[in-house]
Design a protein around this ligand. Structure first.
Ligand code: G3P
Length: 218
């Protein structure tokens, strides 16, 4: 299972890469808007740190402009994956980019049929937003299960990125379902390390070792 970091923050990305756990990065206009950096420059910077797929999103909704932005983003670095919204024009763009060998990540996926359309259009990745579905009383991870089943039924090569991850349970369920990727906010990545029994167990080992050393010195 691949871990992507869902952030445009270069410090978080550097820290995640140092942990040896980051296989790629996803950004979106909201995440980029939180940063001071120039968008294209930040994408190149991220590509130099990560050396894996880096999703950069188009910021238009019509076919011509999205296609032109997508080609320009793809030319920034070989690792760029162009994020395209799940719309009629968006899937036309994905179809063209797929024939040109440009990798795509179809974003804002909220139904299994949308994921099927994206796969048929030739998307490299689809991003079901599980947290946002949970927020409106739906079951985000149930959607992931359906997408995995459909892709497996027909042998689609499109990879499933579990996106809008809010907590470790999303990551655990994604792993149990065999999702290809979870794109994880940095704070959630750090939470994956934690267990209270690890903390108390380590404290006990340290204090028992101190007692043992004191006994040895007597
Ligand atoms: O990158 C897309 C997705 O992960 C956004 O998550 O938390 O804004 O719903 P969120």
């Amino acid at each position: 299972m691949k871990f992507f970091l869902d952030t445009a923050n270069i410090e978080q990305i550097r820290n995640g890469v140092h942990l040896g756990l980051v296989d790629g990065v996803t950004t979106n206009p909201t995440l980029v808007s939180k940063e001071e950096a120039v968008f294209e420059e930040r994408i190149v910077e991220i590509c130099q740190v990560v050396r894996g797929p880096v999703s950069a999103e188009v910021v238009a909704t019509d076919f011509e402009t999205m296609l032109s932005q997508a080609r320009s983003l793809a030319s920034l670095n070989e690792h760029v994956v162009v994020k395209i919204p799940m719309t009629v024009d968006g899937m036309r763009v994905v179809n063209v980019l797929s024939s040109e060998g440009v990798k795509t990540n179809v974003t804002l996926v909220f139904s299994a049929l949308q994921a099927l359309l994206a796969a048929k259009a030739g998307a490299s990745y689809v991003s079901p937003f599980v947290g946002r579905l949970d927020d409106v009383g739906n079951d985000g991870m149930q959607l992931v299960q359906e997408i995995i089943e459909i892709f497996s039924n027909y042998g689609f090569a499109t990879e499933v990125i579990v996106a809008s991850v809010r907590h470790p349970m999303h990551v655990l369920q994604a792993a149990l379902m065999g999702a290809d990727v979870a794109t994880i906010p940095y704070d959630v990545l750090l939470k994956l390390f934690n267990h209270p029994l690890t903390d108390s167990g380590l404290k006990r080992f340290m204090s028992d070792w101190q007692m043992y050393e004191r006994k040895q010195q007597q």
